[in-house]
Structure formats: structure tokens, C-alpha cells
Design a protein around this ligand. Sequence first.
Ligand SMILES: CC(=O)SCCNC(=O)CCNC(=O)[C@H](O)C(C)(C)COP(=O)(O)OP(=O)(O)OC[C@H]1O[C@@H](n2cnc3c(N)ncnc32)[C@H](O)[C@@H]1OP(=O)(O)O
Ligand SMILES: CC(C)C(=O)C(=O)O
Length: 515
Amino acid sequence: MRKIYIFDTTLRDGEQSPGVNLNTQEKVEIALQLEKLGVDRMEAGFPAASPGDLAGVNAVARAVRNASVIGLSRSKESDIEAVREALQGAQDPCIHLFLATSPIHRQHKLKMEKHQVLETAEAAIKYAKKYFSKIEFSLEDAGRTELDFIAEVTAMAIRAGASVVNIPDTVGFMTPYDYGNIFKMLKDTVPGIEKIQLSAHCHDDLGMATANALAAVLNGADQIEGTINGIGERAGNTSIEEVVMALETRQDFYQAKTSLVLKEIYRTSRLVSKLTGMVVPGNKAIVGANAFAHESGIHQDGMLKEKTTYEIISPETIGVKESKLVMGKHSGRHAFREKLIDLGYDLGDEQVNAAFAKFKDLADRKKQVEDEDIRALIEEKLIETPEIFALGTLQVAYGNQMTPTATVHVRFQDGTEVAESAVGNGSVDAIYNAIDKATKEDVELDDYSIKSVSHGKDALGEVHVVLKQNDVSVQGRGISTDILEASAKAYLDAVNRLIEKRKTPTSNRSNVTLI
Ligand SMILES: CC(=O)SCCNC(=O)CCNC(=O)[C@H](O)C(C)(C)COP(=O)(O)OP(=O)(O)OC[C@H]1O[C@@H](n2cnc3c(N)ncnc32)[C@H](O)[C@@H]1OP(=O)(O)O
Ligand SMILES: CC(C)C(=O)C(=O)O
């Protein structure tokens, strides 16, 4: 199995993400985690960029013992001197020199002819050779460079003393086919190519950074450069976790392996996200919040029967505790029953079916149904209050310059329905006055409270009321994603309990005390 070296540039190219700025302490914290992750090489910054970056690279160089620490430099003596200063104290220092080679960059940016590019790069490598035994040379924008010029510059870099030659697809222009061919061509044609390592550095402008890096591996690349979570300039870089897990999962195909400590992947991703402020999208491969979450009933059923039906990587491999079955509108009975068992409910088939119907109803209204929602649904279901009055439709007219008015349709046990309207000193008061008219019960609202059962703006609201009639006091509870509906349901629930209690005055029915 061929070893692929991992060159992490989270602290350099990753830090080039717009809006990201890591201070020295943050760089060291990430560097130490990258060391635990087992990256072979880490680029800590661009020392010539600023005194702060030089200090950051130096702090990383002094802190890290088990990975080569690298500083980036233009092909310029003053930049090389900055890297020399920054890498003092490093266990295994390496300088990363670069110069653009593509016609676009030569003509418009560098204003250099081909021969000047060759001479400038050669002079820089030779200058750096005085201080560094390890030199990586990058042909910036190699992806848009003439193939024969890539070969010519690579041959020059080998002769001048580079130990790694990097072929960056700086603007993410390549397809896997084109990019793989560059590596194949270099391997087949450049004299002395076996003396150096070839490296791939891809950008994700067309969403192909991972695919291109893997094509490079298939065609002889020894090293992959990338960042954690794929952060970096513009659309970002190759995401290290994606390449590493692709190699690991499809060893049969790639016949190559890295020496990363896979169970540190998730922790590293979280740390980088926290310190850079770059949020990891939920659907991001490997480290996104949904990478091991299953929402649809058919998938959840498969997962419960055998995890490999829908998971090609087990979450524990990358340090995620476990897969998640997310309860939502696509979930099925198998997952729902499993969730109930997890939550400690041991229900018969009929109760499960009744609760499942309520759950589906809620799931239609709510993006994600949380454990607290399910608990609330089940407990509401278990408390058997006869529905003497049930809520039909509810309409409320509210404005801050008008008197709130509510129209409530109340259904009776025999299926008939009555509609009543009333005003009140608030929306809830108007609803309660309308319900009083419909039920003809003379009750007094003794207490009202509302709380959020779960999180987010579509959270379930749970309303508790206490109603009094003469010296009898009952509680009622209502749950809904709408607090006015929850209020109406709680009130009717209490009225139902009151009537039930009146019928059996000596009973100590659980419906009064269970809430
Ligand atoms: C593909 C990449 O990601 S490369 C890394 C990109 N990262 C960064 O640029 C971050 C750090 N950069 C910086 O802080 C600044 O750009 C500095 C300090 C390096 C240079 O700043 P300045 O001296 O003000 O120059 P400025 O950035 O405006 O222009 C770049 C100059 O470097 C030249 N240059 C660009 N690449 C190279 C190179 N590899 N070797 C030599 N010169 C180069 C440009 O042609 C330009 O030269 P000019 O002034 O003669 O036209
Ligand atoms: C410096 C080089 C490797 C680079 O970041 C790029 O070309 O994208």
C-alpha cells in the first residue's frame, strides 16, 4: 500500500478565507490538534505577509514536534529571509517557494517571459538551499500552464535542489482527467522525477478539488495538500478529511493510505470551525452535522436492521459518537417505535399507532421533531381525558390599535359544532371568552403559563392553565407550534377535566394530577 503524505495548509491557505484571521495562540492551538491528527506537514503561514504572521509561524515551529512545519515564500530573497527567521526552533523545517507559470500570470501579473520565470525560480531555490534541506517548489497556476513548460520548470526545480514539486490548480480550473494527466506526463517524461515527491494542491471553484486530488493520487502524486473543512481562498481548497476518508474507504481502488489518526478528524474539524468562524455546512461530506444523520423512514428502517445499508463509514471511525436518526415528516414507524424505547416508553401497538399519527401531524408543521416534542405528545396522549369539547377552527383578529377578537369553533362529543366570537383584553383572553360562550361553563382562570418545549422558532409551545369552578380546581395542558392554539387546547382540556371531575367527585383520577 503506497503512503500518501498529507500537507495541511489550514493555517496558510485556509487563513486566506475572506474574514478569517487567526492570532498566534489560535494558530498554535490548531497546529497542536493537527499534530494529534497526524498530518505529515503543516504550512503555518506566510512570514513575509506581516510581523504577526511571522510570529505566528515561529510559535507553531517551536510548539510542533511531530510534523514538518512549513513557511510560504515568494521567489524573493527578502521572503526567504522571513521564512528563515520564522522557522527558527522548528524540529523539521521546510520552505515552500512559489512562482506562477501560466501564460496569464506571466503576462499580466509577473510581466515575465518564460526564461525569466525559470531564472527567478532557480535563483530562489538555490538561495533557499543555503538554509533549508527541505524545499517545496510550487508552479502557481500550473493548471493553466502549457504542459511542456510544466515539465521544463519541474526539471529545473529538481536540478536546483527542490525535494517536493507541487502542481497547483490555483483557480480550480481542472477536471480530474486533465489534472491526472499532468502527473502522468511528469512521471513519464521528466528526468530525475523519482528523486522528488510530486504534490497536488487543488481549489474548489468548480467543486472538483477532492476529485482532482484523487485523480492525482491515481496518477502518481505522493502528497496531497488541503485544509480542514476545505476552507481557503475563494471556494476553498481540497478538504483533507474527504481525501483521507476516500482513500481509507476505497483502499481497494486507490491502493494508497495516509497515516492520519482518523478518530481525530471530527475534533479537528470542530476546532477549526470554532476558531476561524467558518461554519461547516450541515451536508458537508464527512464532518457536516448531517453526515451521519438519517431522516427518512426507509433509510431509518434499514439503519435499524443493518447500519451498512446506508452508511459507508462508521461515525466512530472519525470520532463522532454515533449516527443519528432524526425524527421528521419522512420518518416511519420502525424509527418512531425505537425512539419511544430510547425515551423510556413501553407502549402497545395501538398506543404507538395513535402516537405516530399525532407525531406525523406535528412533523408536517415542524422541521425537526425533537425528543422533548415526542415526550410531550406521548404524555398528552397517555392522559386520558374524554374529549367532551374539542377545538375546531380558531381565528383571532389582533392589532395593537384594536380590541382583539376571537372566533372559536368548538366540537361536541356528538359531532355537532358551535361557533362563538368574543372580544378580550388580549388575544388569549378573547379566545377564552369565546370558549366560555361555547361551552356555557362558568369558570375562572386561576393560572396561565407558557413554555417552549423544544428549540427554534418552530418549537412547540406548551400552555398550562388552572381553572376554578366553585371550590374545584383543575389543570389543563395544550401543545402546538402556535401558542394561541396551545392556549385554546389547554383551556378546553381543563374544561373537559372539570366536567369529568364533576361526574365522579370522589375519584382521584390521574388527569388532575398527572400534568
Ligand atoms: C496562490 C496563493 O495563494 S499565493 C499566496 C497568496 N497569499 C498572500 O498573498 C497573502 C500574503 N500577502 C501579503 O501580505 C502581501 O501580498 C505581500 C506582503 C506578500 C506583498 O505585498 P506588496 O509588496 O505590497 O505587493 P502586492 O501584494 O501588492 O503585489 C505582489 C507583488 O509580488 C509579485 N509576486 C507575486 N508572486 C510572486 C512570486 N511568487 N515571486 C516573486 N514575486 C511575486 C507580484 O508580481 C507583485 O509585484 P510588483 O509589486 O512588482 O508588481
Ligand atoms: C502557493 C500555492 C501553492 C497556492 O496556494 C496555489 O497555487 O493555490
